[in-house]
Design a protein around this ligand. Structure first.
Ligand code: SER
Length: 311
């Protein structure tokens, strides 16, 4: 069967990269991009785009039926730092849009849903090193609470109604095509732009705050990988741990200095550091490796080299 894919949140950091890869793989006409915001010109020119507010169920149903959608990648979210500033808005956006797609999946308006969780679903008393797949989860941010709740709802819809919903706990994601917005891990993208432009960067996380991170091509590979895996291999229906590498701002700066020896980093710590301190420092993803064969391609050094070339 020819899959018809709808991407919600296609103008965001993940969406922009995912639309491109999926269009190459499935054919441009079979991948519908959608967002509230105007997409980049190349997305608009390379295939169908629909303006969609993911909290508007009637509009979602209209687009799904118009294009005969079989799969949805739901990438709409208010990220951690922004949601702390407007908790109710963050909760409503993150949960309403998820419930609309889960209900439409239950009603068989389409067949398969991808919805991302995050390291933010863990919390201050979660083991920080090699955080296991199943462990204490006590998120301390609105975004994290929405991700943990969402994971449990996905699992519920799978167990209760047999809905084919699949999910990954993303780490911080590093990419050059679109800048992230409102996250705690955004520094790891900004730093490359400022390194190239100004030769220096002022970081809002402390120099020794370690976080798990991943280069976008690996995140896209994982996302499409779990969506294409045979259903019986996707045993975890909350969300899978996923890992590539971890670093502190100091370690990232040192890796950049190997390429740009004059690069300088300084620190002006803000409230985002407290958010980061409540998250894991490294992730154990062997369950994803075992269940559906996940493996990242990029090391920290390879990511740094490529980012400096491409930003
Ligand atoms: N990158 C996200 C954030 O910082 C975490 O999922 O909010």
């Amino acid at each position: 069967m020819q899959e018809k894919i709808l991407i919600l949140g296609s103008s965001g950091q993940i969406g922009t990269d995912l639309v491109e890869t999926l269009r190459q793989k499935y054919g441009s006409e079979n991948v519908v991009a959608s967002d509230l915001r105007e997409p980049a010109a190349h997305i608009l020119e390379s295939g169908p785009f629909e303006q969609v507010d993911a909290t508007d169920r009637a509009r979602l149903e209209e687009v799904v039926s118009k294009h005969g959608i079989t799969q949805i990648y739901h990438l709409v979210a208010m990220l951690s730092a922004t949601a702390e500033k407007m908790p109710m808005k963050g909760w409503d956006l993150n949960m309403e849009s998820l419930f609309h797609t889960l209900e439409m999946l239950r009603e068989k308006q389409f067949n398969r849903l991808y919805w991302p969780s995050s390291i933010a679903a863990f919390g201050p008393t979660t083991p920080k090193q090699d955080t296991p797949q199943s462990t204490v989860m006590d998120p301390g941010t609105v975004y994290g609470i929405s991700k943990l709740s969402g994971e449990l709802w996905c699992d519920y819809y799978f167990k209760k109604y047999g809905c084919d919903v699949r999910s990954l706990r993303y780490t911080g994601l590093i990419s050059y095509k679109t800048e992230p917005g409102g996250g705690t891990t955004d520094y790891a993208v900004d730093i490359f732009h400022k390194a190239k432009k100004d030769g220096s960067y002022e970081c809002y996380l402390a120099e020794d705050t370690a976080l798990p991170m991943m280069y976008m091509p690996d995140a896209i590979k994982a996302t499409i990988g779990i969506m294409e895996a045979p259903a019986e291999q996707v045993k975890v229906r909350t969300s899978y741990n996923l890992a590539a590498f971890s670093f502190t701002p100091k370690q990232l700066a040192e890796a950049i200095q190997k390429e740009l020896p004059d690069f300088k980093i300084s620190y002006n710590v803000d409230s985002r550091n407290a958010i980061a301190l409540g998250w894991p420092q490294s992730i154990d993803d062997k369950v994803a490796q075992q269940d559906w064969g996940w493996k990242p391609d990029y090391s920290l050094e390879e990511m740094v080299k490529e980012m400096l070339e491409k930003v």
